[in-house]
Design a binder for this molecule. Structure first.
Ligand code: KIV
Ligand code: ZN
Length: 528
């Protein structure tokens, strides 16, 4: 396998290892198609992360292909593929990342007594042997090999010393200490990292990495404590998405280090802070996982001031109630950026400033949609444009498209709707009646398209604040045991719902369902 020299960071530089596309994508309901994963990977490169964990190649052919495509495309960042400590997984991961400029194999095995007894049914000696053999096997494919001791924070510390020692002897270049079940505390994690740093022979040759889950709401605090103790890689996800309560939030760690770095030994990251909010939005809109309004840094209310006394202070001096500048983290989204008289050239140049590149045909369509939006909405913001273009590109990939629709609601009886859907050159027509206009329109779509399914999830949110905001709808449907997502955008939530539903049906029609990740003993469990 050919690759660039492993990256040697400066002493206070923390490596940002983004696992949005692997651990994050394991959030219930967060399923991404291969194209969506590439879009997120591009955004992560622009964000300036150091390592992109692109997936778990042995999990499914879809996961393998997605990792391979990301590896082939990404320049600058390392691309990692996850593998259990067995030859099959490691070979699969190696093949998936081999085209990367900087490939990494990330292999893991559990080390806690609970996992050894109940899950792996292996003795400590067997685990030690496996670690030595499999890390060495992985080194046969790549110079950059990360080893993770799953459930490290519930493992015996002396056993961990032996395991990590064996991993280093076998050639691991990064040692990851996961808090797999979100159990540790900042003081305990600090002590564990210090224990490993003083006891594991050869640890100074490796990067110590931390990976936390947020089950007790301490993932960010634990990660930062470990950085203060000397860890130099943080494993994080955008918006903190991930299994159960999620992983450590990338944006929280980055901004804590940028704002209070001296509290953590002066550690810094290479992340482009202005890309935090746009990347957060992209991940939220593609995964359908809404960002809670009070989420630090990227939540809609993170920089809003409601109380009169706060507003008064803010008007006198922003520093009274703001410790960060919203524009530093990419919140230009709340500013007016364009009006309907801006013209096509102004429109193109604004999209360019937002990092959005479109070909001429796409630009023409986007411009038409922008003019319609500008007629309905007073202030068209960066957030609106990002959502509009994202929706357009997604819809272009769909086989089923909304052509026209109609819904009516009266006081006597159910709502009724009719719809015309385009599939290639064909017009599919349907009528429906239901409990409200959204229900009626989805029934009309069912009548037109005829793809049986169950609607499992429906969520609507506003792209920006205000009564004329665009509504973004996310739906999840289930058909024959598989799950399909769809998103839709419009100033009218009935139309946004129809677009979202058609996107999900298009995915169903093409078989673009969620990847199902095999666990050690079953075919359906997922890794944390
Ligand atoms: O949480 C965890 O332990 C993991 C490992 C696979 C690194 O995600
Ligand atoms: Zn995890």
């Amino acid at each position: 396998m050919s690759h660039a020299e492993p990256h040697v960071p400066a002493a206070d530089r923390v490596i940002v290892f983004d696992t949005t596309l692997r651990d994050g994508e394991q959030s219930p309901g967060a399923t991404l198609t291969a194209d969506e994963k590439l879009e997120v990977a591009d955004a992560l490169v622009a964000l300036g992360v150091d390592v992109i964990e692109a997936g778990f190649p042995a999990a499914s052919p879809g996961d393998f292909e997605a990792v391979r495509a990301i590896a082939a495309r990404v320049k600058g960042a390392t691309v990692a593929g996850l593998a259990r400590c067995n030859e099959g997984d490691i070979e699969r991961a190696a093949r998936a990342v081999q085209g990367a400029q900087r490939p990494r194999i990330h292999t893991f095995i559990a080390t806690s007594e609970i996992h050894l007894t109940h899950k792996l049914r292996l003795s400590r000696e067997q685990v030690l042997d496996r670690v030595g053999q499999m890390v060495a096997f992985a080194r046969g494919f790549a110079e950059d090999v990360e080893f993770s001791a799953e459930d490290a924070t519930r493992s015996d510390w002396d056993f961990l010393v032996a395991v990590f020692g064996r991993a280093i002897e076998a050639g691991a270049t990064t040692l990851n200490v996961p808090d797999t079940v979100g159990y540790t505390t900042p003081d305990e994690y600090t002590a564990l990292i210090q224990h490993l740093q003083t006891r594991v022979p050869g640890i100074e040759r490796a990067i110590v990495s931390v990976h936390c889950h947020d089950d007790l709401g301490m993932a960010t605090a634990n990660t930062l404590a470990a950085v203060a103790a000397g860890a130099r890689q943080v494993e994080v996800t955008m918006n903190g998405i991930g299994e159960r309560a999620g992983n450590t939030s990338l944006e929280e760690v980055v901004m804590a280090l940028a704002t209070r770095g001296t509290q953590f030994g002066g550690a810094i990251t290479g992340v482009v802070k202005e890309r935090l909010v746009p990347t957060s939005r992209l991940v939220s809109s593609l995964t359908g996982l809404a960002v809670q309004v009070n989420k630090a840094i990227v939540g809609a209310n993170a920089f809003s001031h409601e109380a009169g006394i706060h507003q008064d202070g803010m008007l006198k001096d922003r520093s009274t109630y703001e410790i960060m500048n919203p524009t530093d983290v990419g919140w230009e989204g709340t500013k007016l950026v364009l009006g309907k008289h801006s013209g096509r050239a102004g429109f193109r140049s604004t999209l360019g400033d937002l990092g959005i590149r479109l070909d001429d045909t796409q630009l023409t369509e986007a411009y038409q949609r922008f003019l319609v939006l500008a007629d309905r909405k007073q202030a068209v913001t960066a957030a609106d444009l990002i959502a509009l273009v994202g929706d357009q590109l997604e819809a272009a990939a769909d086989g089923l498209r909304l052509d026209r629709w109609n819904a009516s609601l009266g006081s006597n009886g159910p709502a009724t709707a009719s719809v015309v859907v385009l599939r290639g050159g064909d017009e599919l027509v349907g009528d429906g009646a239901g409990n409200g206009p959204v229900d009626a329109l989805l029934k009309a779509i069912d009548a037109a398209v005829g793809l049986p399914n169950e609607l499992e999830y429906y969520h609507v949110e506003a792209v920006t604040p205000g009564e004329d905001a665009q509504g973004r709808v996310h739906v999840r449907i289930r058909a024959e045991g598989s799950v399909y997502n769809g998103h839709g955008l419009a100033t009218d939530i009935v139309e946004a719902s129809a677009r979202a539903y058609l996107a999900a049906l298009s995915h169903l029609e093409r078989g673009q369902q969620a990847a199902v990740i095999p666990g050690p003993g079953s075919s359906v469990s997922r890794w944390s």
